[in-house]
Design a protein around this ligand. Sequence first.
Ligand SMILES: Cc1ncc(COP(=O)(O)O)c(C=O)c1O
Length: 432
Amino acid sequence: MDPVLHHNFSAGAISSSASTLLGQHKFMEMIRTQNISFRERISSRVAVKCIASPPVEDVPALAHRTKVARNEHVAKLQVGYLFPERAQALSTVQGYTGYGAEQGDKNLRAAIASTFYQNLGIEEDDVFVSDGVKCDISRLQVLFGSKVTMAIQDPAYPAYVRSSVILGQTGPFQENGERFAKLEYMKCTPDNDFFPDLSNVARTDVIVFCSPNNPTGLAASREQLTRLVQFAKDNGSIIVYDSEYSMYMSEAHKPRSIFDIPGAQEVAIEVSSFSKYAGFTGVRLGWTVVPKQLLYSDGFPVAKDFSRVICTAFNGASNIAQAGGLACLSPDGLKAMSQMVGFYKENTGIITETFNDLGFKVYRGVNAPYVWVHFPGRSSWEVFSEILEKTHVVTIPGSGFGPSGEGFVRVSGFGHRDNVLEACKRFKDLYK
Ligand SMILES: Cc1ncc(COP(=O)(O)O)c(C=O)c1O
């Protein structure tokens, strides 16, 4: 098997290097002009001194020196990017910081609120910084406990179902139906434009909804999300809205956040992360928005309990990762993220075109980095195996995302361009 292709087409694998994304932050400007300071850590009230490269006087006097003159142009580079700055600062007595606020760095919370939720009624203290959506999904499950009922899209990102099962919210797996008892599966297929028929969905306490969806790529319209919010309001449910892929949306008229829907602040939580926006899959940085208007049946704010859960089950995201996240939200960082997203969307376009040309029915991720390819009448595992064995490219069998994914495979646009082109060539050879 071709390990490179294997890597790049596995679920959620992102090959981008985070360091290419980090533009010079305005703090960098400060460092440059003042020559010393990094920024004040709000939580620890310590000024972090940041040294870009070791000053010449730090080199022992007797150390051997070559006769090669230092490149003056390299010397112009005063500072690195935020990761090395932060890491270096941590190695000094003055710059060391330990535990931060579990809810996240105040500046980062403010930057997330103003970048992604401006004019959507979300404030800095509604944002809880995390180490990613997957982890926060489980913390949210801990928050809700085992007695709640849960609805999920079918197909959907598997962590929703599994965390629900682990918490004891479901009954046993029912082999025949390929689903867990007591879990409400909201069918999303081409027949309903991948949006559930809410008139057929039973009332649950929690509704997990991902848009743009992994794996189908569907991004719900404003009208559909308005119906979803109304449905939650009518039923007294809480929506957990996963916007992991919002930055991949091309259709500008569709909402990128559930909080773009009036009244959603009273019924929804949103989870998102830098994983797919900035290649932070390994760095680990995300956030969860729990608006203060969201209340339990007894009137207690959900955010207060969530804060309690994260202070108990989490000690805050790495301060280095948070510095990187802050850099991502600078003007240069935002530009770099959008370029990266654009690159992966081009990959998605190449894959879509390939399967279209081969005559397959393709649900193209115009709003997502995934292509959902239909193989009517065939088992998705069988198709997955066929592609793997004959082309050495890994796709994901649709049924792994839920029973309604049967007959589909998901192809990911995350990968190096050369690998995507090579994979498409092999798809063509296989299915021509
Ligand atoms: C819909 C969805 N949510 C969450 C995640 C996990 O992301 P994170 O890296 O933020 O934990 C993924 C990863 O593939 C995903 O597809």
